[in-house]
Each structure stands twice: as C-alpha cells, then as structure tokens.
Design a binder for this molecule. Sequence first.
Ligand SMILES: [Zn+2]
Ligand SMILES: [Zn+2]
Length: 397
Amino acid sequence: MIHDHAVALRDRLVEHRRTIHRHPELAWCEHRTAAYIESVLSNLGIEHRRVLGTGVVAVIEGRGQGCVGVRADMDALPVPEAPGRDGYRSENEGVSHACGHDAHVATVLGLAELLAGQAELPGTVVLYFQPAEEGGGGAEPMVADGVLDDPAPDAIMALHTASNHPAGTVAMRSGPVTSAVDDITVTFHGIGGHAAHPDRAIDPVPVAANFITNSQQIITREIDPLKPAVITFGSIHGGTRHNVIAPSVTLEATMRSLYPDTRDYLVERIQQMAHATATANRTSATVSIERGYPAGYNDSALTQLVHTAARSICGDEYVTVEEHPSMGAEDFFAFGDTGIPVCMFRLGVGNASRGITAPHHSSHFDIDESSLPAGVAVFAESIRRLLTGDTLLTTTD
Ligand SMILES: [Zn+2]
Ligand SMILES: [Zn+2]
C-alpha cells in the first residue's frame, strides 16, 4: 500500500526535484528552496517554521506517543553544470545540485504528502529541512537551536542518493558509515632567489615535496592498518616562474578517519611532521587545522528496522548491506550526537543503460528519477514500523 502511494506521487516528486534543481543555492543561501518547501507544506496543511534563516522544520502530528524525525539537506555546490538536462537545467550559473540534495528534498516533500494523506498517523513525524551540508555544517547549529526538543524524536532517518548504486536499490550498514574530516593548511617559508643559485636562497619547494611524502608515512607506518585513514593534498601553490626560487609554498590537505583515536593522532602528528620537516630543511612552517565533521555511525537497531522495511518495499534482492563505510563526510550525524538513534541509508539513483553514472560533485552528476518513489516508501514504511510498535532494541554501538 505504502509503495503504491509512493509510486502514485512519482510525477510530483519529479516536479519537486526539477524545480529545486533549476534553482540551486549554496550553503546558507537556500532562500528560494526554503520558500518552495514552505509553499508545498502550506498547500498540504502541514505546520512548519523557519530555523537559522533557511532551514525549515515541519511537524505532522498523529495520535500516538511515538515521534520520528526525517532530515533532508537542501544546499547545492559551486560546480558548473555540464550541458544537457533538457527542461531542468540549473539557472544559477556556476552552481548545481551535483550531490543530489534536490532529490533529498523532493523525497521528503513526497513523504510529507503521503503522510498528510493518511487518515490516521499513529504518532508524530518531524521533517528537518537542513541548510548547509556541503561544508557549512548546518546540522550542528540546527540541533543547538533546539529543533530536537519539542517534539523530541525517538529516531531520525535520512537518505543519501548514490549514483554508484542502480536505481531501485537501497543500501545501508550499521556502525561506522562516514568519515571524520579535518583540513590542514601548511605554509613553508624559505628565502626566494635566483634559480641558478640555490645556495643563496632557501628553497621551500623541495621541503613541501618532502612533507607530502613524509605525511603518507603516517598513514602507512604509524596508523593501525585495520583503521582506515587518508591524507590527500588537494592544493599546492608556490612560485611564479621556472627561474625564480619561491619564497614560500602553501599546501592544503584533507584528513579522513573513522575512529576518534585515529583522528586525534592524525591531527597531532601531521602538525609535528610539518614543523619537523621545516626545521630539518632550514625553513619555518605556519600550520592551521580546521576540525570538520566527526565520523558518522548508524544505530544498529534502527538500521535493522530500516533494512527490514526497505526489503519489504524494494524486494530482498534490491537491498544490500554495504560492506564498507565511506571515507566521505556527512553532517547528518550531528543529529545522532545527542544520543538519539540515527540511520542514513543510500538510495541508488544510477542507471548505466541511460549513462547516469557520473560521481557526486561532478559537473555531469545526474539521477534516474524513477528511484524517487522508493526513497519515499522506505521512509514511510520505516515510520509505520517505528510508530506501530516495532520498538528499537537497546543498542550497543
Ligand atoms: Zn556532497
Ligand atoms: Zn551530499
């Protein structure tokens, strides 16, 4: 029944998704997206309020005691959209929904319509439309703003589109799901000069090169090989031309890890490594660290419930357990840092036969919209189970 209702919403889901897709907005600027969400909720007669400028919280009250939360992130990326997408191309030059958050909002708006149409909702459902997931960290201030206080959800779910999973499939895992992320910026200060006379200058370029290779030793020689960690240098800048020794070189790297002890170790050691490499080579280093999102963990009992719900919606063969966590980061889990069980599942949106395979954050990223009803239905079936007595067992992770 729930599945049929969700499939009946298909055209509206596509309309929501394409409307938002045409008007992508960057973190903390989701004004038009928020206004669209509000207009859809108002038309459905659902009570809602703004938070943090561009966030929207909606409450659908039912008759039971239970309360379930569902979160959708709303922001787009500063990624220019590749040509194509007839009829729903981004109208905001240089900005696009290259992570699928347009689809996240669309499925939760579809869920709102499905729930609003139910004669008897056996509990309360709260919808959190969250700004600024892409590095803006919107979840934490939203929680700090008190959105979980009244009504207080017993569990919170979210989905993330996955273009590397086929449309019609759902995947999830319990325990670690996403990585902690910390960014480091290092500048090595030398003394500039003529390239023909390195002895009269202090060249920071080879120092930077040493630092890049030295830092990988932290990963391969110092971290437990069974605890994943990544250091990637995404940017290196120094110098102006081939025959001038640069006075300084600046590098930017991201560090990813799944466990708190690995995270703390990486942050401490890379700073030591930067200063030690600088000193050993007669330069000095300025180092700054920006702590990002912590690692995300899916509650095992809630994930089991969502998994069972997804199997009943999609069919057993279309629901998989993800073997590994992702080293990507996600701020949804700030909702779970309060102790409320959370679960994020992946909704397959890829379709190789239609050429929909581009990775997230790419200019070519797109989704197979036929996947959207499944997202709505998995949410709705999980909510039904949570509100009608499939109680969560005490969790151990
Ligand atoms: Zn993203
Ligand atoms: Zn995303």
